[in-house]
Design a binder for this molecule. Structure first.
Ligand code: F6P
Length: 326
């Protein structure tokens, strides 16, 4: 087992609120351990292009409350190539970096897994994505903040929907996961959520019409998970206009505003705990694992499980929404 004295930390993929709290926790706990820390800018791109600076405790001062990532981020095509990863490894050795903490989503952790395997570099991942789609952790860093942001927006849209007796389809992010749509629908008291995990024989739009056109309700809000497959909120609004022209339909796509903003206390605490745990994991000799929190306990999830396993949405949540939206 390699004796770790120097680590690098990077954020990769889509930014998520709370990433700064994670960078801060990794930096400070590594320094506390007596290690040297390098901040790697723009994710894997920064490792390839040697955009690397030594971090002190002051480097992360006054960052816990800030959204985005002070290290910046990128989705690197070059890192997908072996040549790109070779360049990255050369820079890692140049700075004497013994191990990496990678904060990001599925793609970022898949990159870490590949890199660790090819070059025998100990890597520990932290789940940083608003999508909450990593297996083995109850919540990912940024998910709670994004959820709260969405709920705030839906509350506002509700005012205008009610005033005009309209049906609103509100599209939210999540890539292939419906956590943001399902839980924001419950929290905002929406009439329905259309999510990828609930693809059954029953048409989710028809189901909503059947249940939701209840007598006293003259406005409705439907949360729609973005989807490459069926076109998201626009698609459902179009169908509604064609199949049920009696409704006055509008669409709102919340887009990237969901990724910004001050992290909630929940995300700050989650990121702080995970950051400290990542450094402890490396110190214990763990490698190629994502650190998560399950039932309030720190857990180590091997990369292949965290990345590949589907994280199911609890049917109970689907049931709760359908009961409460009668
Ligand atoms: O993975 C986070 C996420 O915000 C997804 O919800 C969304 O599909 C994607 O990133 C958008 O990516 P980009 O910012 O590169 O357009």
């Amino acid at each position: 087992m390699r004796d770790i004295k120097t680590i690098g930390v990077l954020t990769s993929g889509g930014d998520a609120p709370g990433m700064n709290a994670a960078i801060r926790a990794v930096t400070r706990s590594a320094i506390y351990m007596g290690w040297k820390v390098y901040g790697i800018y723009r994710g894997w791109e920064g490792l390839i292009n040697d955009d690397i600076r030594e971090f002190t405790t002051e480097s992360v001062s006054s960052t816990i409350q800030r959204g985005g990532t002070i290290l910046k981020t990128a989705r690197s095509d070059e890192f997908r190539t072996y040549e790109g990863r070779q360049k990255a490894y050369a820079n890692l050795t140049k700075h004497g970096i013994d191990a990496l903490v990678v904060i990001g989503g599925n793609g970022s952790l898949a990159g870490a897994q590949e890199f660790a395997k090819e070059f025998d570099v100990p890597c520990v991942g932290l789940p940083g994505t608003i999508d909450n789609d990593l297996y083995g952790t109850d919540s990912t860093i940024g998910y709670d903040t994004a959820l709260n942001t969405i709920v705030e927006c839906v509350d506002k849209i509700r005012d205008t929907a009610t005033s005009h007796n309209r049906v609103f389809f509100i599209e939210v992010m999540g890539r292939d996961a419906g956590f943001l749509a399902q839980n924001s629908a419950i929290a905002a008291g929406a009439e329905a959520a259309i999510i990828p995990e609930d693809k059954t024989d029953i048409d989710q739009l028809e189901e909503f019409i059947r249940r939701g056109t209840r007598k006293s309700k003259n406005s409705s809000i439907v949360l729609v998970s973005e989807s490459q497959k069926d076109g998201g909120a626009m698609h459902y609004a179009e169908r509604m206009r064609l199949e049920h022209p009696e409704f006055d339909v509008r669409v709102t796509i919340l887009g990237h505003l969901q990724r910004g903003g001050t992290p909630t206390a929940f995300d700050r605490i989650l990121a702080s705990r995970l950051g400290v745990a990542a450094v402890e994991a490396l110190n214990e000799g763990q490698r190629n694992v994502m650190v998560g929190i399950k039932n309030d306990q720190i857990v180590y999830v091997p990369f292949p499980r965290a990345i590949k396993m589907d994280k199911p949405i609890d049917r109970e949540l689907i049931n709760v929404l359908s009961i409460l939206s009668i």
